[in-house]
Design a protein. Structure first.
Length: 59
């Protein structure tokens, strides 16, 4: 059973593309994101906000 839905993958893809272009900024600090893992995390959190099938954040 897949962990993430198709729409969640779309959000992650979009975030990684923005990171490569240099337009993806991190939350409060507003710094440009350079790490691939951070871009994926931002994409998943955006997907979560939009109601896509994404498991809850690990604590």
């Amino acid at each position: 059973m897949p962990r993430y839905g198709k729409s969640a993958g779309k959000w992650v893809r979009r975030a990684v593309r923005r990171m490569k272009r240099g337009t993806l900024k991190s939350g409060r600090s507003g710094k440009t994101v350079r790490s691939r893992r951070q871009a994926i995390a931002i994409g998943l959190s955006e997907a979560r906000k939009k109601g896509a099938k994404v498991p809850k954040k690990r604590r």
